[in-house]
Ligand binder design. Structure first.
Ligand code: IPM
Ligand code: MG
Length: 359
C-alpha cells in the first residue's frame, strides 16, 4: 500500500537540504520499488508568512493522516521579534505535542572517514556510536505555569516549570531500554538528581522500569558530568536517556563529536511508531541560499524514516551505504571539508548520493 510522507521544508536551509533528500526518495521510488506519495505543507516562519501561524490548520490536518513526516528546519532572524506564540520554534513544538512525538532518537555516529573533521583527537572519537534518547513532549519545554510577569514593586520576573509525570518517564524509559536491547545493552540515564526533585522522580522511575530489562546495564549521571564525559571520553556511552532540556543540550554536544552538526539525523516517534524525521541542526539562516549546507543529516533522516516508520530496513541500509560511499570517495560539504578532499555544494552532495545509489 502507498505510504504517505508529509514534507515540511520549513525555513532557512531547510528548503535546500530537503530538496536533496527528495532526490533520494525519488530514486528509491523510481528504481527500488519504494511506494510513497509525497505531500507538502508549511511550518515555522514559512507557515507564518503564508498563513499567519507557525503550525497552521492545513499542516495539522495533513500531519494527522501521514505515515511519516520529513522536516527541514525552522527559524530565521526576521521572526525574532514576533510574539512567542507565533515564532517558528512554536510550530515545531506544536507539531511534536500535537502528534505526541515523545521519543526523540538522536544517533551520534562517527563515520570513520570523518575522524579528521572532529575537533577532538581522532582516537577519542574513532568508532563513536552513541544513541541519545531525548524525551520530547514534556519537561520544562511544556510545563505549566510559565510566564514573564511584573511584581508589586514593578520588577519583571519570569519562570518555567520542569515537570514530569511518572507515566511520561516510564514511556521514555521503555523506549530507551528497548533501543539499548538492540544495541550494546548499556543505558546511561542523565539527570540532576542532586538538585532537582523532578530528577529524583526521574531516577526512581527509570530504576523501576529497569527491572523489566535485566540484561541492560543501567547507570546514572548528573548532566554536568555527562557534558564533560561526552567530550572527554565519549566512547564510554552506548545509549543515553534524558529529559527534554538536557537532551537538547547534550545532543548538540554529541553532534559536534562527529565532526559536524550537519551529519546528525533524528527521529521523533509516538507510541504507534508514527514519526517525524529531521536533521538535528537548525535553519542556519546565515548560510541560507548559498548552496553550501550539508544535506547528509536530512538524507540520513530519510534512512531513519524507512527503518522506524515505513518498515523498510533494506532501503534504509541502501541510503546509509550510499552516504558512506560518497564520504569514502572524498566528497565534502564546507562544514566537513579537510585538505585534500573534494569540496562540493549542497546540490552536488545530493547528486553524489543519488549516483552512489544508482551505481
Ligand atoms: C532541536 C531544536 C529545537 C529544540 C528548537 C528549534 C525549538 O534546538 O530540535 O534540538 O529546542 O528542541
Ligand atoms: Mg537543539
Amino acid at each position: 500500500m502507498t505510504q504517505k510522507i508529509l514534507v515540511l521544508p520549513g525555513d532557512g536551509i531547510g528548503k535546500e537540504i530537503v530538496a536533496e533528500a527528495i532526490k533520494v526518495i525519488d530514486v528509491l521510488s523510481a528504481d527500488f520499488g519504494l511506494d510513497v506519495e509525497l505531500e507538502y505543507a508549511d511550518i515555522g516562519g514559512a507557515a507564518y508568512d503564508a498563513s499567519g501561524h507557525p503550525y497552521p490548520e492545513d499542516t495539522k490536518k495533513k500531519a494527522a493522516t501521514a505515515d511519516a513526516i520529513l522536516l527541514g528546519a525552522v527559524g530565521g532572524y526576521q521572526y525574532e521579534d514576533l510574539p512567542r506564540e507565533l515564532r517558528p520554534e512554536r510550530g515545531l513544538l506544536a507539531i511534536r505535542e500535537d502528534l505526541d512525538l515523545f521519543s526523540n532518537l538522536r544517533p551520534a555516529i562517527l563515520n570513520e572517514t570523518l575522524a579528521d573533521a572532529s575537533s577532538l583527537r581522532p582516537e577519542v572519537v574513532a568508532g563513536l556510536d552513541i544513541m541519545i534518547v531525548r524525551e520530547l513532549t514534556g519537561g520544562i519545554y511544556f510545563g505549566q505555569p510559565r510566564a514573564i510577569e511584573t511584581n508589586e514593586s514593578g520588577e519583571r520576573f519570569a519562570y518555567n516549570t520542569m515537570v514530569y509525570k511518572e507515566s511520561e518517564i516510564e514511556r521514555i524509559a521503555h523506549s530507551a531500554f528497548k533501543i539499548a536491547m538492540q544495541r550494546g545493552k548499556r543505558l546511561c540515564s542523565v539527570d540532576k538528581a542532586n538538585v532537582l526533585e523532578v530528577s529524583e522522580l526521574w531516577r526512581e522511575v527509570v530504576i523501576r522500569v529497569s527491572a523489566e530489562y535485566p540484561e541492560v546495564e543501567l547507570s546514572h549521571m548528573y548532566v554536568d558530568n555527562a557534558a564533560m564525559q561526552l567530550v572527554k571520553e565519549p566512547k564510554q556511552f552506548d545509549v543515553i536517556v534524558t529529559g527534554n532540556l538536557f537532551g537538547d543540550i547534550l545532543s548538540d554536544a554529541a553532534a559536534m563529536l562527529t565532526g559536524s552538526i550537519g551529519m546528525l539525523p533524528s527521529a521523533s516517534l509516538n507510541a504507534s511508531g508514527m514519526g517525524m524525521y529531521e536533521p538535528i541542526h537548525g535553519s542556519a539562516p546565515d548560510i541560507e541560499g548559498q548552496n553550501i549546507a550539508n544535506p547528509l543529516a536530512t538524507i540520513m533522516s530519510v534512512s531513519m524514516m524507512l527503518r522506524y516508520s515505513l518498515d523498510n530496513a533494506a532501503l534504509a541500509q541502501k541510503i546509509d551505504d550510499a552516504v558512506n560511499k560518497v564520504l569514502e570517495q572524498g566528497y565534502r560539504t564546507a562544514d566537513i571539508y579537510v585538505d585534500g578532499m573534494k569540496q562540493v555544494t549542497t546540490t552536488e552532495m545530493g547528486d553524489a548520493v543519488v549516483a552512489a545509489l544508482k551505481a
